[in-house]
Design a protein around this ligand. Structure first.
Ligand SMILES: Nc1ncnc2c1ncn2[C@@H]1O[C@H](COP(=O)(O)OP(=O)(O)OP(=O)(O)O)[C@@H](O)[C@H]1O
Length: 243
């Protein structure tokens, strides 16, 4: 579902995060005043230099920071999937068992789980390793396992931390295709990434974080206006706005 910009103000966001401040120690905030809204069908990119606070923003949203003042609202059924950059897995469980465990956590019906899991295994070219242990997988295969777990229950919101680094071009294409399908059904996606040329191509809007604050946000056009660089790439705007 594509939306015009004018519409967004009228529609209800599917994800609304308002971080007043958050940090790793009390009395010392790492990020301040960050507002993120994602509308149904949108893909919003969080970008920013190393150490700017992107992961801290995501950790805050997930409720992982003890010292945080923030509010988060998720629309629809309130379901989200977090797809981490570093795969997390149980050493003695096969790929299929990981999917099964996730389905139990999402309280999926067995029939829905099996149909969706089979579809995802084929889509990611992982059907032949469904009964293997992830310890024997390559980095990209482990990352695909994380993506499959994320996509399993078709949540309302996807929070994806740097998905592009370990994936080959085919897997990247499959991943983006699946995200598009989910967005057409109204899901919202928030994605942090350093791969700015891909981000420029696929994201509807961007939130540029620098030194723990939102330095610019909006569509590429709006970011260009803030950077005073008409026609520039996202990379060039990023460079100007973070230097
Ligand atoms: N566990 C931690 N304990 C204390 N400080 C931390 C911790 N993790 C990150 N920081 C600090 O918080 C700041 C923001 O880091 P964060 O990991 O959010 O950046 P990032 O934008 O995700 O960077 P990158 O692109 O390198 O992943 C940095 O100054 C970092 O040193």
């Amino acid at each position: 579902m594509e939306m015009e910009n004018e519409d967004t103000a009228l529609k209800q966001s599917i994800l609304d995060v308002h971080i007043t401040e958050a940090g790793y120690e009390s009395g010392h905030s790492t990020i301040q005043s960050i507002r993120i809204q994602v509308y149904p069908g949108e893909l919003v990119g969080i970008i920013g230099p190393n150490g700017a606070g992107k992961s801290t923003t995501i950790k805050t949203m997930l409720g992982l920071l003890e010292h945080a003042e923030y509010e988060i609202e998720i629309g629809g059924k309130g379901r989200y999937a977090y797809i981490p950059e570093q795969p997390v897995f149980y050493e003695y469980m096969t790929l299929w068992e990981h999917l099964d465990l996730a389905a139990a956590a999402y309280e999926m019906e067995e029939e829905d789980f099996v149909a969706r899991a089979e579809e995802l295994l084929v889509r990611f070219g992982m059907d032949h390793v469904r009964d293997d242990l992830p310890a024997s997988f390559s980095k990209g295969m482990r990352q695909k396992m994380m993506l499959m777990i994320g996509f399993l229950a078709s949540p309302d919101v996807y929070i994806v931390d740097e998905p592009f680094i370990g994936l080959d071009p085919r897997a990247t294409k499959d991943f983006l295709q699946l995200l598009d399908d989910e967005r057409r059904h109204g899901a919202g996606v928030l994605m942090s990434t350093h791969v700015l040329d891909t981000a420029e191509r696929i994201c509807d809007r961007f939130i540029l974080i620098a030194a723990g604050r939102s330095a610019a946000e909006g569509t590429l056009e709006e970011i260009r206006a803030v950077a005073e660089l008409p026609n520039a790439s996202l990379f060039d705007c990023f460079d100007i706005l973070t230097s």
